[in-house]
Write a protein that binds this ligand. Structure first.
Ligand code: C2E
Ligand code: SIN
Ligand code: SIN
Ligand code: SIN
Ligand code: FE
Ligand code: FE
Length: 396
């Protein structure tokens, strides 16, 4: 796969039916993909299959740094180059496609090739021959990046006019999908920041620093993975779980910061932080916000049905609620609060075992026990003392 040796068994160009199949298959996948890295991989794969090339790289233009960066690529490391460097820089600057039959005999781009693809071949042992670079644009016509295809795997070993057309078509379609994915990525970044700072507000009001939410986030993530959830879902919970106490923003200081035990009325008021949090978050249609809403609403429900606000029992409680319940209590017990001192680990573990099938889902307790070394690592790493020291070191 990594070079064009003489013994290479050539492939054939796709016939129209095969081409349609490739386009339909990838169009469906691309339209449904919201993750930028996956999307770029699909784009590279689609380009490669359509024109039967050995490698296809999707380059993106980073306007803030005036650089081009290769994203996913077949058998090539990720690169960052000045936005006018190499053949790709050329294509992006001029807006014109570049078509080369043999990199080693091409005159027009000789200098660029000598310092680019050919220099690279000397390092990698790859033999670049045919090359195509096609810039692609967003809906507004701005150039967003370029497709680069290297080496044709058919007997002719050179790209055809038709390959150029196909790749141009793929590029124009991909450019549009890419724009919406880039927007989505940006929105999610913003959401993450908002969620995190909202979570911190809830906690800083109740005197615990933002460290509680950081730890609960990490514990939830570890427990989710331990339960067999996908990396993506665990990550979702990591981002959403800091919101669990967001509703505390609405609880008066006289209750929230009361040094002693709460009266019954005060505790009733305190319990409303769950429904308040839920009401703040529930109207969003975004998955992240929906997850946060579930967590805010259900993190004080108990497996035995004696929790609040709804007295849900067992699997009526969403798995996210069951996970954050343990993460939250583990952290609350291990920390000083205005109303209590931190507990020793032994005492916490004893409580967790007693609370199987009572407060907690025993499946989650099992995972908690299995993952304890990792959880304790996080606890040390994000301890209030450790984070204070880190902050001081930063200031110095
Ligand atoms: P929090 O401090 O973040 O505690 C979260 C949960 O950890 C508590 O939910 C409880 O399930 C558990 N937890 C914390 N400390 C202890 C403890 O010493 N013993 C036991 N058995 N469990 C503990 P809960 O009880 O629903 O409380 C929700 C929130 O209400 C607490 O969040 C805290 O902000 C507040 N709160 C609860 N009790 C008191 C209190 O006596 N005084 C004050 N000032 N606030 C309280
Ligand atoms: C490079 O390899 O330096 C950029 C791309 C190219 O020259 O084709
Ligand atoms: C409660 O369980 O009533 C709140 C936490 C505590 O024991 O202080
Ligand atoms: C699980 O039960 O392990 C996962 C269920 C869910 O994702 O809601
Ligand atoms: Fe809470
Ligand atoms: Fe909490």
């Amino acid at each position: 796969m990594n070079s064009l040796h003489e013994e290479y068994s050539y492939k054939h160009d796709l016939n129209p039916k095969e081409m349609l199949k490739v386009i339909f298959d990838y169009a469906a996948k691309i339209a449904n993909e919201r993750r930028l890295d996956n999307l770029l991989m699909l784009m590279a794969d689609m380009g490669r299959e359509m024109i039967v090339s050995d490698r296809c790289t999707v380059w993106l233009l980073d306007r803030s740094k005036d650089e081009l960066y290769s994203t996913v690529a077949h058998g090539v490391p990720q690169l960052r180059i000045p936005s006018n460097a190499g053949l790709v820089g050329h294509a992006v600057q001029s807006g014109q496609a570049i078509f080369i039959e043999d990199a080693y005999t091409n005159e027009e781009y000789r200098n660029v090739l000598q310092s680019g693809a050919i220099a690279m071949d000397q390092v990698t042992g790859y033999r670049t021959k045919a090359l195509m670079v096609i810039p692609f644009r967003n809906n507004e016509g701005e150039i967003m990046g370029a497709y680069q295809a290297v080496n044709k795997l058919t007997a002719s070993r050179i790209f055809s006019e038709r390959d150029l057309e196909y790749l141009t078509l793929a590029a124009s379609y991909a450019g549009k999908s890419l724009e919406s994915a880039l927007l989505t990525a940006e929105i999610e970044e913003t959401q993450k920041e908002i969620i995190f700072s909202m979570g911190e507000i809830g906690e800083s009001r109740s005197k615990e620093t933002g460290n509680h939410v950081k730890r609960v986030a990490e514990y939830s993530y570890i427990l989710a993975l331990g339960l067999g959830m996908s990396e993506e879902e665990a990550e979702l919970l990591r981002i959403a779980s800091p919101m669990h106490d967001i509703g505390k923003v609405a609880i008066p200081d006289s209750v929230l910061k009361k040094p002693g035990k709460l009266t019954e009325e005060e505790f009733d008021l305190m319990k409303s932080h769950t429904t308040i949090g839920y009401n703040l978050l529930k109207n969003s249609t975004r998955r992240l916000m929906k997850t946060a809403a579930i967590v805010a609403y259900q993190h004080h429900e108990k497996w035995n049905g004696r929790g609040y606000p709804n007295g849900l029992a067992g699997e009526e409680i969403h798995i996210y609620g069951r996970i954050t319940a343990i993460a939250d209590v583990f952290d609350a017990l291990g920390s000083d609060r205005v109303y209590k001192k931190a507990w020793e680990l032994d005492r916490i573990l004893k409580l967790f075992n007693e609370e199987r099938e009572q407060h907690f889902d025993s499946r989650v307790v099992d995972v908690f026990m299995e993952q304890l070394p990792k959880l304790l690592e996080v606890r040390d790493l994000y301890s209030d003392v450790a984070l204070e020291q880190a902050a001081e070191a930063k200031e110095l």
